[in-house]
Design a protein around this ligand. Structure first.
Ligand code: 5GP
Ligand code: ZN
Length: 117
């Protein structure tokens, strides 16, 4: 897919509206349009990375920063202590529909079935 056609690149460029909750030079966080929990935020690198499967060595730093942003949002929005869940779908079998790396941040209720553990 060409980057010009990527939905989340369009959100980064303000060509499609989104309810932003955090933004810096490299990272954007916005509310999911179809929330699966009372709080459902998508955290993305502004730079187009297709998925976890396409991470390059240069991308290691941005992944760490994304987790720090998630920590900050949880603190600022007041659900750090109650807890939350972070999910990254990767590729077809992983259920990824938008091919621009994104971290789902879910909170605001006791979340349902755990797939792991
Ligand atoms: P995936 O299935 O790729 O892991 O997650 C894609 C997510 O993007 C879904 O939870 C979906 O609701 C969300 N989404 C799809 N289109 C839009 C949009 O135009 N705006 C926003 N804010 N979220 C979107
Ligand atoms: Zn993109």
């Amino acid at each position: 897919m060409k980057m010009q056609e990527c939905l989340f690149c369009k959100i980064v460029k303000d060509e499609i509206p989104a309810t932003k909750v955090y933004e810096d030079e490299e990272i954007l966080a916005f509310k999911d349009i179809n929330p699966a929990a009372p709080i459902h935020i998508l955290v993305i690198p502004k730079k187009h990375i297709t998925s976890l499967a396409y991470l390059k060595e240069d991308d290691e730093e941005i992944i760490g920063k994304i987790y720090r942003v998630i920590n900050k949002i949880a603190t600022d929005e007041g659900f750090k202590e109650k807890g939350y869940r972070v999910i990254v779908n990767c590729g077809e079998d992983g259920g990824q529909e938008v091919m621009h790396l994104h971290f789902h941040l879910l909170a605001g209720k006791k979340l349902g079935e755990k797939i792991v553990a």
